[in-house]
Design a protein around this ligand. Structure first.
Ligand SMILES: [Zn+2]
Length: 403
């Protein structure tokens, strides 16, 4: 049995083996182009409840080969986070705030506005990363204790370190938490922010799985991980979003965390949630395949709008490629490419009309759905149907079960 990267217990149990999975950022230039795949195997620690990838994709394989891949993290809660951080005891004007990755720039800027002296780790100077296109997958691999010591020897220690949306990419969770903590001085603070997978697990939303994530946090397993990493949590807030909450934990470096006290009840509830999620996927697959086959036979063609990692994961893991004509996406970089895994063509959204599509399934960021629906009103006026692939959406595709 694998040792848990969080609590280190040799207690990780298999939840589900999805077999070979593509890298979602490797758009294919031809439908029959060769493709790198890596096993997607999900498990859960029987000691701390953390859901995790049993065999993470090596960081070097995740670096995009092109420079136009962009990911957006939610930002609506950042003013509130900045206010909390600015009022932490002991942080005075001029205190040094350091961001770990480009994902931290917007919060670091807010701290600068509040009188902090700020900087951010530089890929080449601080991390020795020269390859183009590298992101958090490479930073987590490069930032270890020795690297953190070299950085602080040169630049000094921070009063406040910010690490948003990188912990869930870390292969060596404990080592990475320790390295980030080492950037702060004794008595300094470290902020970790991660996505909350609770709702996705509860709603059996398979798009929450992503080959770039090594772990899938809930509030309980996030707090447990931070504590087993030796960081004492002084502030923890769940910032609610309709699809995926943000979990923000502030830790203080001079306080040693108590060993985690995952109660039997909490662990049982984490286990039943993750097991129900893993077990539901076969049923969901049969439902979706049956629905799409029937829709095509009765009404006509189906396309998916939004050719990003959510569509890639959904179509590949559920096994839906044979029912879908193409992916619609108005990003010109993606057009004339093929979706990894499914090998379906990517076209402009005008093709929804010209190709006589009858059902358009939305795989765009859920917050963007209303705008995308408004933009495609002609498609709807001509009798086309639009539904979201996300169970939490108000536009979610509803499959009625036979009475
Ligand atoms: Zn564990």
């Amino acid at each position: 049995m694998r040792n848990c990267p969080s609590c280190q217990a040799p207690a990780v149990e298999l939840l589900r083996d999805f077999g070979p999975h593509p890298i979602c950022n490797r758009y294919l230039t031809a439908a029959d182009a060769p493709e790198f795949t890596h096993p997607m195997v999900i498990g859960q620690c029987g000691a701390c409840g953390l859901v995790q990838t049993l065999d993470p994709v090596p960081a070097a394989e995740l670096v995009p080969a092109v420079d136009w891949i962009a990911y957006n993290e939610p930002e609506g809660h950042l003013d509130a986070v900045a206010e909390t951080l600015a009022s932490l005891p002991g942080l005075k004007p001029g205190a040094v705030c350091v961001g770990v990755s480009f994902k931290d720039d917007t919060l670091v800027a807010r701290m600068q506005q509040r009188g902090f002296s700020t900087w951010r780790l530089e890929m080449e100077r601080d991390l020795g990363i020269t390859r183009k296109g590298c992101g958090v997958e490479s930073i987590q691999a490069r930032l270890d204790g020795a690297r953190a010591a070299a950085i602080t020897a040169q630049r000094g220690h921070a009063d406040l370190v910010i690490a948003r949306h990188i912990l869930e990419h870390a292969h060596d969770l404990r080592g990475f938490i320790a390295a980030v903590r080492a950037l702060a001085k004794p008595g300094g603070y470290v902020v970790f922010e991660v996505p909350d997978c609770t709702l996705a697990f509860d709603l059996k939303d398979i798009t929450t799985l992503w080959e770039e994530h090594t772990v899938y946090f809930t509030p309980a397993t996030f707090q447990g991980t931070v504590a087993t990493g030796g960081a004492a949590l002084v502030n923890f807030v769940i910032h609610p979003y309709p699809f995926e909450n943000c979990l923000v934990g502030v830790t203080r470096t001079d306080a040693n965390a108590m060993p985690t006290t995952m109660t039997r009840e909490t662990l049982a509830s984490e286990q039943s949630r993750a097991r129900a999620f893993a077990a539901s996927l076969s049923v969901r697959r049969d439902e979706l395949r049956g629905y799409l086959a029937d829709f095509r036979a009765r009404h006509g063609k189906v396309a998916v709008l939004g050719a990003g990692h959510l569509a890639c994961t959904w179509i590949h893991l559920v096994g839906l490629a044979e029912f879908i004509e193409f992916l619609a996406d108005d990003n010109p970089h993606k057009q004339n490419h093929f979706l990894p895994g499914a090998r379906l063509p990517i076209r402009g959204s005008a093709s929804l009309l010209t190709e006589n599509i009858k059902l358009c399934l939305l795989a765009v960021s859920p917050e963007a759905e209303p705008k995308v629906i408004a933009r495609n009103c002609e498609f709807v006026e001509r009798g086309g149907r639009i539904a979201s692939i996300f169970p939490a959406s108000r536009n979610a595709l509803v499959i009625e079960k036979p009475a």
